[in-house]
Design a protein around this ligand. Structure first.
Ligand code: NAD
Length: 402
């Protein structure tokens, strides 16, 4: 490997993760790479500078990390100032929010910087699974959601039979049972709660039940969209969904919401009336909380709001960051998988924009916008695809658990 990998310190105030941990540092160095780590990059995720040094990295300041790295690894897209400092031939890897801010990708294309944005990864291709940051981080967030809820909930999660009497178990309802939701269900079950799950994708019923939870059947039973995701519901369906969920919400103690629809703002599943009708002590954990709104009315990103009726609404916008050591460990493995896949036999960077995985993951390379959705967002014509090779030796696409 003839590359220099730079690990930057994250700039966002709420971010505790780091893109590469000392273990992956060691693996990259063993494979021939040089690794530069900005001093203090891992501190918030409990990876000390000394641990990186022991792994063989060089500790540097930000200027050196930016000027000498051929691959720049980040969790979140860096500030405009940092982006401007990048130069031709460098590769930026992270959660770059390419589709939300396509102009930034156009700017990087003009600088001839390659940008690989994890949100764009074609997740259902089997060899992309080791690179799937959305799954690894959603899984962490789902686990943490159940823990945060159990911590805030003013009663026991499990049933307790004691000499002083019996305490009933908590009832937990998980709305949206994709990667995060299933992990939340599994964790809440392990904590002893009685758990049910709900989703508009019919395929999720079996997954919820296999974890020992009850699946709530929805009248909106055909909500599957493309690629294993949900579709956006119509206004009529949303209203119907809110009405049918209202009763379940009122009888549960903890409601964890994770519902997302790619390219749309999160669906509002819990309107203000449902928050208002919840029992005192009810905890809502809204993993979809964002500046665009969330699944729960009134949820505020990074804040816990307690209503007049003693109901807690947690705007759990970046919960993976609240388990920063493990989340970074998994994130780093995803980054390593991308680095391995983008190198040629001599260990040099060779991003192939026609490759199944990289045609999706790559926002821009060699001055060109590559990802088809991003091109559409920027009003660019689709790139013409070369003829497929006749002897494909890659495994066929596999759909996820749909
Ligand atoms: P996501 O984060 O986009 O959404 C979370 C969940 O919310 C999904 O289950 C979705 O169906 C649900 N949802 C959206 N709108 C809803 C609404 N109005 N009401 C109720 N539920 C609603 O999803 P995700 O966790 O990224 O996963 C989506 C799917 O992709 C899952 O089937 C997952 O198994 C699959 N997946 C497959 C692979 C793979 O094949 N390697 C990888 C990752 C995910």
């Amino acid at each position: 490997m003839a590359i220099v990998v730079s690990v930057l310190k994250e700039e966002k105030p709420h971010e505790k993760r780091v893109a590469i941990d000392p273990d992956v540092t060691k693996r990259l160095i063993k494979a021939g790479a040089k690794v530069l780590v900005e001093r203090g990059a891992g501190v918030k995720s409990y990876y000390s500078d000394a641990a990186y040094e022991q792994a063989g990295a060089e500790l540097v300041d930000r200027t050196k990390a930016l000027s000498e790295g051929t691959v720049i690894a980040v969790v979140n897209r860096p500030s405009d100032e940092t982006l401007k400092a990048l130069t031709s031939g460098q590769v930026l890897i992270g959660l770059l929010n390419a589709l939300i801010d396509p102009d930034k990708m156009q700017q990087l294309a003009a600088q001839k910087v390659s940008a690989l944005s994890f949100e764009l990864l074609p997740r259902t291709i089997s060899r992309a699974q080791t690179m799937d940051v959305l799954s690894s981080q959603s899984s962490v967030a789902g686990y943490k959601a159940a823990l945060v809820a159990s911590d805030l909930y003013p009663k026991y999660f499990p049933m307790m039979i004691t000499a002083a009497g019996t305490v009933k178990p908590a009832k937990v309802l998980v709305l949206g049972t994709g990667v995060a939701g299933l992990q939340a269900i599994g964790t809440a079950k392990r904590l002893g709660a009685v758990v049910s799950g709900y989703d508009v994708r019919p395929a999720s019923k079996g997954e919820v039940e296999s974890l020992g939870a009850t699946f709530l059947t929805s009248s909106v039973s055909n909500g599957a969209g493309s690629g294993g995701y949900a579709r956006a519901l119509t206004a009529e369906e949303t209203e119907k969904q809110q009405e049918e969920l209202a009763g379940f919400i009122a009888e549960n103690d903890v409601i964890i919401t994770t519902a997302q629809v790619p390219g749309h703002k999160p669906p509002l599943m819990v309107p203000a009336t449902s928050v208002d009708n919840a029992k005192p002590g009810t905890v809502f954990i809204d993993l979809a909380a964002s500046d665009l709104g969330g699944n729960v009315a009134g949820s505020q990103p990074f804040e816990t709001v307690t209503t007049d009726k003693q109901v807690m609404v947690v705007g759990a916008s970046n919960l993976a960051s609240e388990l920063p050591h493990s989340a970074s460990q998994l994130f780093a493995k995803n980054v390593q998988a991308v680095i391995n896949a983008m190198l040629d036999d001599d260990g040099n960077i060779a991003i192939d924009p026609t490759d199944d995985v990289f045609s999706g993951l790559t926002a821009t390379t060699a001055g060109e916008i590559v990802n088809a959705r991003l091109r559409e967002a920027l009003n660019l014509q689709p790139l013409t695809k070369p003829e497929p090779a006749s002897t494909a030796d890659e495994p066929a696409e596999t759909k996820g658990a749909e």
